[in-house]
Ligand binder design. Structure first.
Ligand SMILES: Nc1ncnc2c1ncn2[C@@H]1O[C@H](COP(=O)(O)OP(=O)(O)OP(=O)(O)O)[C@@H](O)[C@H]1O
Length: 685
């Protein structure tokens, strides 16, 4: 990220999310984020030129409209006096046509501006969302983020076109009519202003309730989108679990929630319509009754009364639009609150400069002390100095007494997701006795599941003083039971999160002092069960290397044993893979993910092996693929099958966030009971 984006505020702890900034911070939880009208203005100012034209057109249109009652008054007066009308009628017709044409043009410009505001808010949101820290994705529901881009932004359009759009011209009409009526008969006007004033007060009071309900509705829509995403995204599992109807019911409940709030909004807005109607009717009755009396007493001419009544309509019509605008602007402010909440979140690299400065400013003595103090596992066979070899170069990657815990909001979200998953399984009468979630290593059954969910708590460190080195050009494997912290270790190297304590060094430099893009350019990362993107094989491969030629893609595919995928479709690299890669087998998808990372030719490759089981042939192909990618680079691989890593240069055994053994396969079999057990289980000793 460019340094201009960096925030100077020091982060207390990198792993702890900063409190959210911005004016739209969540107040009372049930009310949700709310925006102020002032926050809507920057969106309008982006289009100030068009809006200036709109205002000029509004003045012209209002002028052309306001002239009409005056001309009608003139016509009546002349007819009463038996005078020739001359060009008066033509002038009247001309002004009617002119006012209509101008308002058509103005309407177009405002619709276009509304669309542009939606477009720019979507662009800003997408750019911000894709730059958010990984913790935000871990803590939020994807569907909710998607609905902010899709649905909340649309409400801004309605506010501008139905609300603010009309208000600009109508305000002028309103003021013009008011002035003209004041000149014609101030007394009549005074009474009308009283009636209208009372109705405006009523509508403004209602608007607060509309805004609150609207924010709530948009939140319900977000929950609904998350529900749909969950059901559709896991459709195979849902079908296979016989849970289709239950998922439909769950999503329907969420849709009903949104509908209920929608009905509440409809009821409140419905009150606005009669209020406007009453205002019009009472005003008319007053004007006709009192006005007729004043004509009878000679205080007012007929022409003046007719003109006054025409102005009254010009006064009332904008009022109706204004009341409508209150509803749509209130809804827009609710939606804007949700948009602004995301836009106010700090980006991943916003605090990088401050973090890097803080890390770099650590006194040398302190850095040395922390390196000396680092806890070495008692059964560590290999000191990092040994691994460095005679050259004494800094290792490619080094963990120094790294401690880490996931931020509280992430832990809470994960716990919620786990208990939801548990509820679905229980309601599907699935035998949960064989399922282990989270770090439930050793736990089994429903109690184990609950324990596992409970164990993901804010006060538990996921890594507890991890130290190991990966010399350049070597292959290092991380092994250990589920939940030991292996995937988290790789996530910290990628800087998806920063350590709570300790340091991670790349070529001897603390990764927090490196530019994130530079750091990631050195790393190839294959996440566990890496997703295959819809599109072609080429689209998948070129994600990190958009410039790669077909020949380069083919070469890398053959290197990871995916040659046959190329051969079986004449389209080759342009062959589609289907939604989420359904046209590839599980093993092929894994190797495609490796090929993607490999194509970018990173000096360091981080490979989180898939937990899914592979048949013998696929496992062998995977081993060969790993051998191919290891050549000439540093490789850190998380292995779930020891067979993939027995010939690694170095194996780090992890358990409960600690390194409990390090060495080669044969050394670890001798020294580390946990490793010996794992090896025994997998028939390697
Ligand atoms: N995004 C997350 N939010 C909260 N807790 C997490 C998150 N990811 C992992 N954890 C927790 O951190 C601990 C270590 O998880 P991690 O995935 O690093 O283990 P692992 O050794 O890679 O396990 P596996 O072999 O099953 O992939 C577990 O308790 C897990 O529940």
């Amino acid at each position: 990220m460019p340094s201009a984006d960096l925030d100077e505020a020091p982060a207390a702890t990198e792993a702890t999310p900063r409190p959210r900034r911005g004016r739209s911070r969540r107040g009372k939880a049930e009310e949700g984020p709310r925006a102020t009208f002032a926050q809507l203005l920057p969106y309008l100012f982006e289009h100030k030129r068009t809006l200036a034209v709109v205002i000029v057109l509004s003045i012209l249109s209002a002028g052309a409209s306001l002239v009409q009652p005056l001309l009608v008054g003139q016509v009546i007066t002349r007819v009463q006096a038996g005078l020739d009308l001359g060009l008066l009628i033509w002038a009247l017709v001309g002004f009617v046509i002119l006012a209509s044409l101008i308002s058509g043009w103005q309407h177009y410009l405002l619709q276009r501006t509304g669309t542009a505001v939606v477009y720019s808010s979507r662009r800003r949101l997408i750019a911000r969302i894709l730059h958010l820290p990984i913790s935000e994705f871990d803590a939020r529901r994807t569907g909710d983020l998607v609905s902010r881009v899709g649905s909340d932004t649309t409400l801004l359009y309605a506010a501008l076109t139905q609300g603010l759009a009309d208000s600009v011209g109508n305000a002028l009409l309103f003021v013009g009519a008011l002035v003209a009526m004041a000149i014609i008969d101030p007394l009549l006007l005074g009474i009308i202003v009283l009636v209208i004033g009372i109705s405006v007060l009523g509508v403004v009071t209602l608007s607060g309730r509309i805004r609150t309900a609207s924010t709530e509705q948009q939140e319900k829509v977000g929950v609904l989108a998350s529900g749909v995403e969950r059901a559709v995204g896991s459709i195979r599992t849902v079908r296979a679990s016989g849970a289709t109807q239950r998922e439909i019911d769950a999503v329907t409940t969420q849709a009903t929630d949104a509908y209920t709030v929608g009905v509440r909004i409809a009821k409140v807005s419905a009150l606005v319509v009669p209020i406007a109607g009453i205002a019009l009717q009472v005003s008319l009755l007053v004007v006709i009754g009192l006005g007729g009396f004043r004509v009878a007493t000679g205080a007012l001419s007929i022409a003046a009364l007719v003109t006054f009544i025409m102005f009254l309509f010009m006064l009332i019509a904008p009022l109706g639009s204004f009341f409508g605008a209150i509803t749509s602007v209130s809804q827009a402010l609710g939606a804007l609150g949700r948009i602004q909440e995301v836009l106010d979140l700090p980006t991943e690299s916003q605090d990088d400069a401050a973090t890097a400065a803080r890390v770099a400013a650590r006194p040398a003595a302190e850095a040395r002390a922390s390196a000396d103090q680092r806890t070495r596992p008692a059964d560590s066979l290999l000191d990092s100095a040994d691994l460095l070899g005679s050259a004494g170069l800094a290792p490619a990657i080094e963990f120094r007494d790294v401690r880490f815990r996931y931020p509280e909001n992430v832990v809470a979200a994960r716990r919620k997701a786990e208990s939801e998953a548990l509820a679905v399984l229980e309601s599907a009468h699935v035998d949960t006795s064989t399922i282990v979630l989270g770090d439930g290593a050793g736990d089994s059954g429903l109690d184990g599941l609950a324990d596992a969910a409970a164990s993901v708590s804010a006060d538990s460190d996921v890594l507890r003083g991890v130290s190991f080195s990966v010399p350049r050009g070597t292959r290092v494997a991380l092994v250990g039971p589920s939940g030991a912290g292996k995937s988290t270790t790789l996530a910290l190297i990628e800087r998806f999160y920063d350590p709570t304590d300790g340091a991670i060094l790349l070529d001897g430099t603390d990764v927090r002092t490196l530019d994130r893009d530079d750091l990631r350019a050195q790393l190839g990362y294959v996440e566990q069960d890496a997703p295959t993107l819809a599109g072609t094989i080429g689209d998948n491969l070129r994600l990190a290397s958009p410039e790669a030629t077909d020949a380069e893609c083919e070469a890398v595919l053959r290197a990871v044993n995916l040659g046959e995928v190329l051969d079986r479709n004449p389209l080759g690299v342009d062959a589609p893979v289907g939604e989420s890669g359904v046209m590839l087998s599980g093993g092929e998808r894994q190797r495609l993910a490796i090929a993607r990372a490999l194509l970018a030719a990173p000096p360091i490759l981080l490979l989180d092996e898939s937990t899914s089981s592979l048949d013998g042939l696929n496992e062998q192909r995977m081993r060969e693929a790993i051998d191919a990618v290891a050549a000439g680079r540093t490789l850190v691989v998380i292995a779930h099958r020891l067979s993939t890593v027995v010939d690694s240069d170095h194996i780090v055994v992890m358990e409960h966030g600690r390194v409990v053994g390090q060495g080669t396969h044969s050394e670890l079999v001798q020294t580390t009971p946990l490793y010996r057990d794992l090896a025994k289980h997998q028939l390697l000793v």
